[in-house]
Design a protein. Structure first.
Length: 283
């Protein structure tokens, strides 16, 4: 993640065992590309995926950030992934199936002396739901937290992650909310999970906009077609930016005020905090 730069809005997964798909992802408008060595790569293709990652061309102009999702702690091939990272020009590491802050600290220690940013996926096991506050102050390398429903539903033995009405069942809504709160408590980027039906653009837009309104600042993607709608959903509108600037300007003009009127509405310090966040997300 670039120092002081804007947070990635779109985090696009791409299987690392396909050079064609990786090059297509790098040519997309994604803010960050996650080369996947884990779930989207069959066990028999893991070695080939690592080889292909090592053959990626040098970075081009205006290219997305490069991240690698390694295999989880405790797996036989986890160490092979870490050895590969030593020679790659990447912006960070995505850690799947993290269960607590200690897992992030362990990865950071294993990567030392190289200090790579870490994006942890924090709700993929049953135990993970009890450790969301442990990421606070766990490791300075932690920069983002996201959540996942697919692995969690498998871990719980669920036949579906959806309620009868089609929305996420309570357990997965809980996981999502805990991820958001845990990331904010840890002062890292909260990233919403994937929208699995990449052909349903309207559904993606609705979910991404809802996530942005709740406090998430980015979203995972599984197809290049999802990148544009995600970027749009997490980019403040001109009206939102203008309103945020008006709030900031009002408090700068009256720094001792607790409550002010802006555009005919009363605003206080929580509105100022939110306005500053909107301006930080504007591009």
């Amino acid at each position: 993640m670039s120092e002081g730069g804007p947070l990635p809005r779109s985090w696009l997964f791409v299987p690392a065992d396909s050079n064609k798909k990786m090059m297509k992802a790098l040519a997309s408008e994604a803010d960050a590309v996650i080369f996947d060595l884990e779930d989207s790569v069959a066990p028999t293709h893991k070695a080939m995926a690592r080889e292909l990652l090592g053959l990626l061309p040098n970075r081009g102009d205006r290219e997305p950030e490069r991240w690698v999702r390694i295999n989880p702690l405790g797996t036989d091939i986890h160490r092979d992934d870490l050895e590969l990272l030593e020679d790659l020009d990447i912006d960070g590491v995505v850690l799947p199936k993290a269960e607590c802050g200690d897992d992030v600290a362990d990865i950071a220690a294993a990567l030392a002396p190289r200090s790579l940013p870490i994006h942890a996926i924090v709700t993929e096991t049953a135990a993970s739901l009890f450790g969301l506050l442990s990421y606070r102050d766990c490791c300075s390398s932690l920069v983002a937290m996201s959540w996942g429903a697919e692995d969690l539903s498998a871990a719980l033995g669920a036949s579906s992650k959806y309620a009868p009405g089609g929305e996420l069942a309570f357990t997965y809504k809980l996981a999502r909310s805990l991820c958001l709160a845990g990331a904010v408590a840890a002062e890292v980027q909260p990233v919403d999970g994937v929208f699995a039906d990449f052909r349903d653009e309207a559904g993606l837009i609705a979910e991404a906009r809802a996530a942005a309104s709740e406090g998430f600042t980015g979203k995972l993607a599984i197809h290049p077609a999802q990148v544009g709608p995600i970027n749009a959903a997490f980019t403040p509108t001109v009206e939102e930016i203008d309103h945020a600037r008006a709030i900031v300007a009002a408090f700068e003009a009256e720094p001792d005020a607790g409550v002010l009127s802006v555009d005919g509405k009363m605003v206080d310090w929580p509105h100022l905090i939110q306005a500053r966040r909107v301006l930080a997300r504007s591009r």
